[in-house]
Ligand binder design. Sequence first.
Ligand code: MN
Length: 398
Amino acid sequence: MFSLLSLLPAFVASGALASQQVIETNFFDQVNFTTLFAPSSFVDHKSGAATAWDTKTWGLTSYARTEPLRCFGNDGGALYDVAVIGAPFDTTTSYRPGARFGPNGIRQGSRRLSVESMNVPMKTRISDHLRVVDCGDIPMVYTDNKVALRQLDIANAALVSRESLRSSAQLASGLKSLAKDGKFHPRVLTLGGDHTIALPLLRGVAAIYGPVSVIHFDSHLDSRRPKSPPDSPWNPDEEMPVSHGSYFWYAYQEGLLASDNRNIHVGIRNQLYDQPLLDQDAEIGFQIAFAEDIVDVGYKGIVDRIREVVGDNPVYITFDIDVIDPAFAPATGTPEIGGFTTREIKKILHGLSGLKIVGADIVEVAPAYDFQAENTQIVAANVGWEFLTLMAQTPLTV
Ligand SMILES: [Mn+2]
């Protein structure tokens, strides 16, 4: 193996001319950077060979060491099965802002994860089933929420409307897709961002699969109907803007949610102004599993309830990090005590194996409030890895 050390005597002997010689000698031709820089963790698990110095190993912090691609630019023609995107948006938060830094916080928290590692209890290696890439963050303006959400709308629609890497092979093997057009499409895992981003994300999947059953992990309902004039400061002719507490009301108005109350909030435990808010939540199509329920029915009871509600429907999972107890995940905009532990949430997520998950997001991670140990970011990153595992286990077939 060629070693950098073997170059040293030549440099020393040539004294003052050393720097010039380095330029004259074609350094890049002489050194095998693949061997030199590939640590053991980048050795291909099947062949045992060191992987090339490529997008997996070049050192940028992508989500769970997925390949960073310029999905809307020079790598626009690349094919993949899952696109990870960041949505750096937090201008509709009601309390503590900061989730615009969530995407890179979650990537930072994911540095010990890899889609090429085995999820042991799930007996699944994500990369055996899916090519997952990190498309980076979607540009979202900070001066106009409507325009910012439109930017995400367009980017998400562009990704989910493509054909996935494995589509042709799956169709050739006789599998029938869940999508309305009969093709297999990439799934998107979005790193938020405040929770309002779920509205454009739901629009994207509903356009491909029709209305979806939502599994909403959160301590809050997020389905509040905005107060209209004269009970609000808005003028009668002004549009009522969507917020991270009302996007489900808009999603229902747009017909994105499954009918017959086949959507479920999991982990609810916030204060509510009055009973009509709960009634209205049921009217737009949700059932509720409260956080406290886990004490009485255990994680299995929660899992059974979720599976009973969503059945065989296409499922979208939207995950507010505040569903986890602030002891484990304090860095979020609206913390509520009495949440799930990280071990409980893993057992609940493992229980969702086999559901047809068309897309997922993790939102409301605000790294500025995290401990130095990056607790919240590590929790969020691991939740995303479980989502990818669930996606890897179950293709989107009829
Ligand atoms: Mn919440």
